[in-house]
Write a protein that binds this ligand. Structure first.
Ligand SMILES: Cc1cc2nc3c(=O)[nH]c(=O)nc-3n(C[C@H](O)[C@H](O)[C@H](O)COP(=O)(O)OP(=O)(O)OC[C@H]3O[C@@H](n4cnc5c(N)ncnc54)[C@H](O)[C@@H]3O)c2cc1C
Length: 497
């Protein structure tokens, strides 16, 4: 096969693109990955400042104990040898509300018992809640069975409101807040969030929770190395800017506005679906009405992140995340336009040298695109003084709020750097700098929960925008995308090999 001809071309080297590349190359296909950015990894990217490594997106994973779903997937992708650090079994996430501090323990029973001791009158409700999380966990573990009744189960939870479920089954409003309180890792939109998304994410982290020492980029780098060692090709700074088409199928992609051209039998896009269908429409492969439908899908909020470098040996490492709220009723806070900061997540970076002290921590708070859109089109580092002031104002508020929950933070603070949804949009080409991709809507699952298929027979989608977001969700979707090309039985035999 000539050098510019491949079996599969993958657009984007985020987690989803890299996992598909790994599997398809491994089963004998000739795969090319084209990444727009100079760095691979998308939301897994890390950056270094003053000797500190910071994560831009991902902070922890769920379901990585032996035999659990992410463990099975990461075993296949040879990612288990990375420096994973199990978080505090008794409190991997702490929810801080004005009414108190509430620990999330690892393991379904441990979790149930811990919260039952704080909410004894809700014992039966907690039992039922944990039973649901366990059912969802089992359902995920069975995902790779041929289409079956299990699928109907997940579809029914996708079509149910997470908020309605919680208010119907948990009668104590504070407990409703607690159970929802670790959910800056999804968007608590009462009118839209499907129960399946809420339950799947909570279920996997309650099964087990792990951080990685040294940054999430190691996941992307490990996948790249495995892929290349199997003969795959990955090219950076190669933005796919057009498709070529013949007979209703894609035949090639054009990179960097015509600089290069690569042909393939099959294409997978890890880019946002709106980007993909725009390119497909321009090539005459999908109709305008389809393009509009995908472009009109809403995206979840973005994040403002403050990456804080700490003075050495000053602040003890905390092996948990803190989710802090200034008010109860956390579901209303997620729609915050700013009249003050109301919710933050604080995540410590695990020491790489075994030190009991942290070298850095990150503070995250949801931020909508509207808050930064006026600077859209400006370049990183040249957005103007008003943007710098805007960022620093939020950073100051985040630092002040975090200092209320982390003793000694103010004294330990050495330096910090701030990113907004605009930063994510620039580095990962994500629409509106969205943290978790297309907003799923339980009222409209047919339209908002996408499958890997597109109207073009040989073009598929992958990544967090389709089904479930997060490391586990994206990894599951990679398998479904590969199944469209090599068949589910082959995917299952690969996973079980
Ligand atoms: C702030 C934040 C915090 C998070 N925290 C967690 C967490 O703690 N735990 C967790 O499990 N998940 C977390 N997530 C979510 C998780 O990181 C994502 O779900 C996952 O990494 C998404 O991977 P992806 O492959 O779908 O997409 P992306 O990472 O967005 O990758 C897409 C890639 O495609 C490339 N691309 C786009 N357009 C083109 C083009 N035209 N040509 C070539 N390349 C292109 C991009 O440059 C990018 O590299 C977080 C996300 C964010 C933003």
């Amino acid at each position: 096969m000539p050098d510019n001809k491949y079996d599969v071309i993958i657009i984007g080297a985020g987690l989803g693109g890299l996992e598909c590349a790994f599997m398809l190359q491994k089963v004998g296909m000739k795969v090319l990955v084209l990444e727009a950015d100079a760095l691979i990894g998308g939301c897994l990217q890390t950056f270094r400042r003053q000797g500190h490594t910071f994560d831009t997106g991902f902070h922890y994973v769920g379901g990585l104990d032996q035999g659990q779903m992410l463990w099975r997937l990461f075993k296949y992708y040879k990612l288990l040898d990375l420096p994973w650090r199990k978080m505090d079994e008794d409190c991997f996430d702490e929810v801080r509300l004005p009414t108190g501090s509430y620990p999330f323990a690892q393991g379904y029973e441990h979790f149930r018992e811990t919260l039952t001791s704080l909410f004894p009158a809700q014992a039966d409700n907690l039992k039922n809640y944990v039973a649901l999380l366990k059912d969802v966990g089992d359902n995920i573990a069975n995902s790779f069975n041929p289409r079956s009744a299990d699928d109907v189960y997940s579809q029914s939870l996708f079509a149910r409101s997470a908020h309605e479920f919680l208010t119907a089954t948990i009668s104590d409003p504070t407990l409703q807040d607690v159970l929802s309180g670790t959910s800056l890792k999804m968007e608590l939109n009462a009118q839209k969030l499907p129960l399946y998304v809420f339950a799947q994410i909570n279920s996997s982290f309650i099964q087990s929770a792990y951080r990685i020492a040294g940054g999430g980029m190691q996941i992307a780098e490990s996948l790249r190395q495995s892929f290349e060692s199997m003969g795959g090709t990955l090219l950076r700074s190669k933005r796919v800017t057009a498709f070529e088409a013949a007979d209703g199928k894609a035949t090639a992609v054009i990179v960097n506005d015509g600089a290069e051209r690569y042909e393939a039998q099959t294409f997978i896009s890890n880019a946002h679906p709106a980007t993909t269908v725009r390119l497909l429409h321009t090539a005459g492969l999908v109709r305008k009405v389809f393009q509009r439908r995908i472009e009109n899908l809403e995206n979840t909020f973005g994040m403002l992140t403050v990456n804080v470098a700490l003075k050495p040996g000053t602040l003890p490492y905390q092996n948990k995340n803190i989710f802090a709220y200034t008010e109860n009723n956390v579901w209303s806070l997620h729609s915050q336009p700013r009249n003050g900061l109301k919710a933050i997540m604080i995540s410590f970076m695990p020491p790489t040298d075994g030190s009991p002290y942290a070298s850095g921590l990150d503070i995250l708070t949801p931020m909508s695109w509207d808050e930064v859109s006026k600077w859209f089109g400006t370049k990183i580092g040249c957005r103007g003084e008003d943007y710098v002031e805007f960022k620093e104002r939020f950073a100051d508020q985040c630092l002040a709020m975090a200092a209320r929950y982390v003793d000694g933070l103010q004294d330990a603070h050495l330096a910090h750097w701030v990113s907004t949804p605009l930063t994510y949009a620039d580095y990962t080409s994500t629409e509106h700098g969205s943290a978790y991709g297309i907003r799923k809507d339980y009222n409209a699952t047919m339209f908002t929960v996408l499958t890997p298929k597109t109207p073009v027979q040989n073009v598929f989608l992958t990544g967090q925008n389709l089904n479930l977001h997060g490391i586990l969700g994206t990894s599951m979707t990679s398998m479904f995308t590969c199944a469209e090309i090599i068949g589910m039985p082959k995917v299952v035999s690969e996973l079980n090999a």
